[in-house]
Design a protein around this ligand. Structure first.
Ligand code: CO8
Length: 258
């Protein structure tokens, strides 16, 4: 993997980790970081030897938002012509499962990147918020949409209109995060979740992820139809035969596609 200035990419078996690495700016997401991050994520996504991608930051900050100092310099024409930050959409569209391991601040764009991931695991120290309202703007990387889908209108309006931060416990209670773990155990516990996912059958994982995403973007009837057809299509996977055979023979499955 090539050298990066704003991220660190590491591999442990079938699990890849992208660590945001702009400590002086609390991992604020500038254009250079986005470009490196999305390119690295797409490269990992295209590698069938990678079964799960973990995204993390430092203990103090997952990411404190888009880079405010960089944004300050931009005009409307600048951001419109450059389609500012649209590359993040490509990260949200990866097929490989992604887990955000959040410690410290996940604010603004930081919270939005965490929400682009499939699962958020929060350290007890995590703080989530959409403080853009305090800068005279609103969320711009999907926060008003993904947060509302994750936690519902009441809490989304509360967070987006007041700009207040919530801790890990409130975030879990609200449905924003999947699990809360002791801060010092964050990376170990996320590593275990990630390697567990990475050992499953890759086509089944891709299909399951896609089905959940369809739930967020379709009617119930369309979603059920998509799920049923995809479930039936899974009968064509060799790994499905192996999975069911292994169960019948009381042994662990040896998936071929993983
Ligand atoms: N951008 C740029 N620099 C930042 C950012 C940021 N978002 N956050 C922190 N920093 C810098 C600080 O300026 C400081 O740098 P320096 O030492 O050079 O002054 C350094 O990081 C350390 O920060 P603090 O001294 O402020 O640390 P504290 O522990 O006192 O405070 C906070 C931590 C509470 C996280 C505080 O830094 C803060 O409030 N940060 C800003 C949070 C914020 O408002 N985030 C939202 C940004 S807007 C956004 O994300 C919109 C995304 C949509 C873009 C869509 C484009 C189309």
């Amino acid at each position: 993997m090539t050298d990066h200035e704003n991220i660190v990419v590491s591999r442990d078996g079938r699990v890849a980790t992208i660590t945001l690495n702009r400590p002086k700016a609390l991992n604020a997401l500038n254009h250079a970081l986005m470009t490196e991050f999305v390119a690295a994520a797409e490269e990992l996504d295209a590698d069938p030897e990678v079964g799960c991608i973990v995204v993390t930051g430092s203990q103090k900050a997952f990411a404190a938002g888009a880079d405010i100092k960089e944004m300050l310099e931009q005009s409307y024409a600048d951001v419109y012509v450059k389609d500012w930050f649209s590359a993040w959409d490509r990260f949200g569209a990866l097929r490989t499962p992604t887990i955000a391991a959040v410690s410290g601040y996940a604010l603004g764009g930081g919270c939005e990147v965490a929400m682009m991931c499939d699962i958020i695991v929060a350290a007890e120290s995590a703080k989530f918020g959409q403080p853009e309202i305090n800068l005279g703007v609103l969320p711009g990387m999907g926060g008003s949409q993904r947060l509302t889908r994750a936690v519902g209108k009441a809490k989304a309006m509360d967070l987006i209109l007041t700009g207040r931060q919530i801790g890990a416990e409130e975030a879990e209670r609200s449905g924003l995060v999947a699990r809360v773990v002791p801060t010092e155990e964050l990376l170990d516990q996320v590593g275990e979740i990630a390697s567990g996912i990475a050992e499953k059958s890759l086509p089944a994982v891709y299909a399951a992820k896609e089905a959940v995403q369809v739930a967020l973007e379709s009617t119930l009837t369309e979603g059920i139809r998509f799920e049923r057809r995809t479930f039936m299509a899974a009968f064509a996977f060799e790994d499905r035969t192996e999975g069911m055979q292994a169960f019948s023979e009381k042994r662990a499955p040896q998936f071929r596609h993983r």
